[in-house]
Design a protein around this ligand. Structure first.
Ligand code: ZN
Ligand code: FE
Length: 255
């Protein structure tokens, strides 16, 4: 069953995107860090909030939860982390949920946080702070191998999957990507394209997984060009994929 819904970004804080899915009547939001902009978007479009999807416990993703559920009594799907309140459906790897007539599968993608999950629909992925356009989330609670494994799971999805991440970090991410993969001409084109989008104040997301695989260094731990840069910059801490990934992520942390 395919039901058509629209997906729009709601801007929150300085660089968060709260994704709004709606069919003209009913709406679902992903990671509402702030209730204000969500309530405004709902009333502007005359939508009823039916559900909320949460990817992880950070405040900029859950801060609007209490106010929104108090105002709408909507259902909330979220990770198995009791710290996130209120959640009506705790979900984990392989669970399926239905919103706006479409099935979504839950993927566990720990690394940025231990509770981080992503929601995969037909050709779309809501991945919170795990994979960003041109980058990935900081490894706060997990380990580098854990994060790489989570990104490897995402990398195996259909390359045409649209990646809906939770922040507009793209230009800064791409600056690092160029440092890590300087001879990547596809990346060069992406930088030009994203710069022109930002000049017009247009979001650079969602992106397409195939473009991430071609240009995002955090999906390119096994690309010889990325490995060569790490060697040249003395950032390589070992030669297996986890070492390459850790070397890259630690370099980006200080970049
Ligand atoms: Zn976060
Ligand atoms: Fe965040």
């Amino acid at each position: 069953m395919t039901t058509v819904f629209t997906i729009e970004p709601i801007s929150a804080f300085s660089d968060n995107y709260i994704w709004l899915l709606h069919n003209g009547t009913d709406a679902v939001v992903v990671d509402p860090g702030d209730a204000g902009p969500v309530l405004a978007a709902l009333s502007e479009r005359k939508l009823a909030l039916k559900g909320i999807l949460i990817t992880h416990h950070h405040f900029d993703h859950v801060g609007g939860l209490e106010a929104l559920t108090a105002a709408t009594q909507c259902e909330v799907w979220g990770p198995e982390n009791p710290k996130i309140i209120p959640v009506t459906h705790r979900v984990s790897e392989g669970d399926t949920l239905h919103i706006l007539g479409q099935a979504f599968q839950v993927m566990e993608v720990p690394g940025h946080t231990l509770d981080h999950i992503a929601y995969q629909g037909e050709g779309i992925l809501f991945c919170g702070d795990t994979l960003f356009a041109g980058g990935c989330g900081r490894v706060f609670e997990g380990t580098h191998p854990m994060m790489r494994n989570s990104l490897a799971k995402i990398r195996r999805l259909d390359p045409q999957t649209k990646i809906y991440c939770a922040h507009e970090y793209t230009l800064a991410n791409l600056q690092f990507a160029v440092a890590a993969d300087p001879k990547n001409t596809v990346l060069e084109e992406r930088v030009t394209h994203c710069e022109s989008l930002r000049e017009q104040n247009i979001p650079t997301v969602p992106s397409i997984l195939a473009d991430e695989i071609a240009t995002n260094p955090f999906l390119r731990w096994d690309a010889p060009s990325v490995m060569a840069t790490l060697v040249a910059e003395s950032k390589l801490i070992g030669s297996n994929s986890d070492d390459v990934f850790a070397g890259l992520r630690q370099w980006k942390d200080m970049f």
